[in-house]
Design a binder for this molecule. Structure first.
Ligand code: KG4
Ligand code: ZN
Length: 342
């Protein structure tokens, strides 16, 4: 029997400080996530300098806790993996520095991970193998991208957003509606009470064959709609009825979901996909999960969605993807730097 490989993953690309130990890419031995939501909430978005400082404070306790939870000593791990791109440079820097220091001190290999690819790994984590070709959709606060996935390490970009990411649109619309940050979960909750057909917000499909996304027009349409409500003197945004807010949230969410599903279908047709993968923070959204499931059911595509607890940023996805790089012998060295863009 080959020796089990334990990898410590570290994630600090945005506003979550996370560490996890995963054995052989699948067996989650520990997962610790320190969220900074409380810090950024009053600004309605992530403030990079504050994120960086919070990562510095959290990184040591979070990594220690990951070892404690796994019942492991530092000598038990075989490699240190770090998401070094893309993200906020000052945030990535904290994790990259910690990972390099650990790898050097423990004399273990260092593995560099692409955060977006790691989000997709969350959808594949329990799979021995996947039926190819596979279309993969990553929807998060910073990214909305479609890939042709040939293996966990082999992803070809098919399309991405030309302006706002889907999660960013959720966050901005939540802010317009005075709903709490982060916007995705609050819009989803509010939308449950609303009618998704109440307002026909635009579905931007771009050019006929395009696999790119655009969500900024939708966000502006929501803003104008709310302002329009004001101008007609019916209500003020802050004093709109709960039902009006719920209808806007539901109609906005439906517009985002329609576009995401339509483009995924288009991408799947283009590569004759047998499998569809969904990951990233917005993948936690039940309306999106349901609509994609329906589309895949009708088109006979096997759908793999990240479990809800692995949709938003975490380090399990980093340690899990790193196992594939470990097996392939793809390592980084101590010159590794954070990269804002992948
Ligand atoms: O993947 P993630 O944690 O961070 C990035 O890599 O960006 O994604 C965070 C994003 C936020 O924009 C948040 O509003 C959105 O994911 N999100 C959701 C839901 N949960 C988180 N969006 C829609 N519905 C949700 N349930
Ligand atoms: Zn993310």
């Amino acid at each position: 029997m080959t020796k089990a490989i334990n990898i410590l993953g570290i994630e600090t690309s945005c506003d979550e400080t996370a560490a996890a130990i995963v054995t052989d890419g699948r067996d989650i031995r520990s997962s610790v996530v320190a969220s900074q939501v409380d810090i950024h909430q009053r600004f309605g978005g992530v403030v990079p300098e504050l994120a960086s400082r919070a990562h510095m404070e959290a990184i040591y306790p979070v990594v220690s806790q990951a070892f404690e939870q796994a019942g492991m000593e530092t000598g038990d791990i075989d490699a240190v993996a770090i998401a070094n791109q893309p993200g906020l440079t000052v945030a990535l820097m904290v994790g990259v520095t910690a990972a390099k220091a650990l790898a050097f001190a423990l004399d273990k290999p260092l593995i560099a991970i692409n955060h977006i690819h790691a989000h997709l790994q969350s959808a594949m984590i329990q799979q021995e193998s996947i039926d190819l070709p596979a279309v993969a959709l990553v929807v998060s606060g910073g990214h909305t991208s479609l890939y042709d996935c040939e293996s966990p390490l082999d992803l070809t970009l098919m399309g991405s957003t030309i302006d706002d990411a889907a999660g960013e649109a959720f966050d901005k619309v939540a802010s317009i509606l005075n709903l709490p940050y982060p916007g995705g979960p609050s819009i989803e909750k509010t939308a449950r009470e609303g009618d998704h057909k109440a307002i026909n917000f635009p579905r931007s499909m771009l050019a006929k064959d395009s696999l790119d996304f655009s969500f900024s027009g939708l966000k502006t349409a929501v803003l104008y709609y709310c302002q329009g409500q004001d101008m007609k003197g019916k209500s003020q945004v802050p004093s709109m009825t709960a039902q009006q807010i719920a209808d806007i949230a539901a109609s906005f969410q439906a517009a985002v979901v329609d576009v995401l599903v339509a483009k995924t279908k288009r991408a799947a047709e283009r590569i004759n996909a047998k499998t569809a993968l969904l990951g990233g923070g917005v993948a936690a959204n039940s309306a999106l999960r349901g609509a994609l499931k329906e589309m895949c059911g009708k088109t006979n595509i096997k759908l793999l969605i990240a479990p809800k607890n692995l949709c938003t940023d975490n380090a399990v996805m980093v340690a899990s993807l790193a196992w594939h790089k470990y097996k392939a012998g793809i390592f980084a060295d101590l010159t590794l730097e954070p990269k804002a863009r992948a």
